[in-house]
Design a protein around this ligand. Structure first.
Ligand code: ZN
Length: 172
């Protein structure tokens, strides 16, 4: 596994646009990556984070919605296996697109299959905030950002802000 990063990457970083690779072996690198992702997420006061957001193109996400009576989860290779026909709007933001929030319409309930760090496969249904965060984070694994769902004219209005966000990416 590539060296893990301990800082966020932002809109404009190319890793955010890649299809992330499956994790076939949960090794020490994976465990270290999970730990550093939690540090980054808590440091930025986020409730969810996907590995591409720290510049690592792997299918891994974490979330902590305990303060909303939800779980703390680490999911490897998560897949959405079913989506409700019922859709609903919810205001989303993203640590990789700081300062921008938008109402995004998505299915309200989903079924998910994923592997947990102990190696066990898990199947579960999610609704409410959990379904929302999962869909947002799984999109990251497919190179998608929530602002991609905006109508062209709405995204155009964000051009200046997005340009500023791009500059947050560290030069390596
Ligand atoms: Zn995000």
């Amino acid at each position: 596994m590539e060296s893990t990063n301990n800082h966020l990457v932002y809109y404009g970083n190319e890793t955010l646009r890649k299809i992330a690779e499956e994790i076939t072996n949960i090794d020490q690198g994976t465990i270290d990556l999970i730990e550093s992702m939690f540090n980054v997420m808590y440091g930025a006061h986020g409730i969810g984070l996907a590995a591409p957001q720290v510049g690592v193109s792997r299918r891994l996400l974490i979330l902590d919605i305990e303060s909303y009576r939800g779980p703390i989860l680490t999911l490897i290779n998560p897949v959405i296996t079913a989506r409700s026909d019922k859709l609903g709007p919810y205001e989303e933001g993203c640590l990789s697109v700081p300062g921008i929030n938008a109402m995004i319409t998505r299915p309200l309930e989903i079924s998910v299959r994923a592997v947990i760090p102990e190696g066990k496969e898990m199947n579960f249904e999610a609704r409410g905030l959990l379904a929302r965060v999962l869909q947002h984070e799984i999109d990251h694994l497919d190179g998608k950002l929530f602002i991609d769902y905006l109508e062209d004219h709405d995204r155009k209005e964000l051009t200046a802000e997005l340009k500023k966000i791009k500059k947050l990416n560290r030069k390596t």
